[in-house]
Design a binder for this molecule. Sequence first.
Ligand SMILES: Nc1ncnc2c1ncn2[C@@H]1O[C@H](COP(=O)(O)OP(=O)(O)OP(=O)(O)O)[C@@H](O)[C@H]1O
Ligand SMILES: [Mg+2]
Length: 318
Amino acid sequence: MEYAIEVFDLTKVYRSEGKEIKAVDHLNLKVEKGSIFGLLGPNGAGKTTFIMMLTGLTLPTSGSGKVLGYDIIKESLQIRRKVGLLPEGFGFYDHLTAEENLNYVAALNDIPKEERRKRVEDVLASVGLLEVKDRKFGGFSRGMKQKLGIAQALLKNPELLLLDEPTAGVDPEGARAIRELVLKLNREGKTIVLSTHLLFEVGPICDSIAIMNYGRLVLQGKVKDLLERLMAEEGYRIKIEGIGEVGAFAEELSRIAGVRSVRLEGKAVHVVAEKDIRVEIGKLSAKHNIEIVTLELQQPSLEDLFIKYYKKEGLSYA
Ligand SMILES: Nc1ncnc2c1ncn2[C@@H]1O[C@H](COP(=O)(O)OP(=O)(O)OP(=O)(O)O)[C@@H](O)[C@H]1O
Ligand SMILES: [Mg+2]
């Protein structure tokens, strides 16, 4: 497996007014190349500090890490050349147009003059702002500003994009457009890390997530593995709807090994089991002459998972 990011015991301690704040506390994580990785955590969790350390904008207190194979302490210059960053607050000029702002950033990024025009047009098209390229940044909506921020991060055609709260302050429709943009960029082969404090932002689009709080990791893994784990812990919920005499069927069902509970609700039978027993259910229904209309494994949502682990940590759920 190739990783775009690997960090080992990465730690950042801020000292202010004689107090120590562990913004990032012995963080260990890996981000697979080609994936979309969601970094989730409430305000002050350490998301921005982590992203800043990856790009050499702040130095770790201890620990180490690699981004695209480069050392985050010794090779941050190479990293910044290859990584597109949407920082928390980006410094565009209000009185310049979208295109002028990007031209300026392109110049700062040493993109040769003859290539600039094309690159700027390409990234504007990529984020859907080509039509408004001549409008001044100051008059942009929050969502348009975020998109221009992403466009700026794309100028170097980076392999890896680090987006610090790309949908912050953006309305639901704008946020959806940004999520779709992230998916599109990922399909084009880019690895994307995005931070957010909103679960529903990352749930539908991320391959892996890490939940942070007080600088530490609360939970991390592939979304599908985490959901599988939740099902194993909480039980596999199976809903059966059938035509026929379900009473005796339900009774025998409750005696199958691994079945925790069986509940009748009208014509539906709800089963909670330690494993996926749909095959056994199918056999048993044949024995009882029950014609199965529905036999479905009810997948827990990422939200269920999040609530469970957030509660366990005593965190508030936003
Ligand atoms: N320059 C700094 N000096 C002192 N403390 C800092 C500094 N930057 C961040 N911190 C502290 O480090 C912790 C983590 O902050 P960070 O900005 O990384 O969190 P975050 O997860 O990005 O939060 P948010 O969701 O609000 O953006 C916070 O307690 C914050 O107050
Ligand atoms: Mg932040």
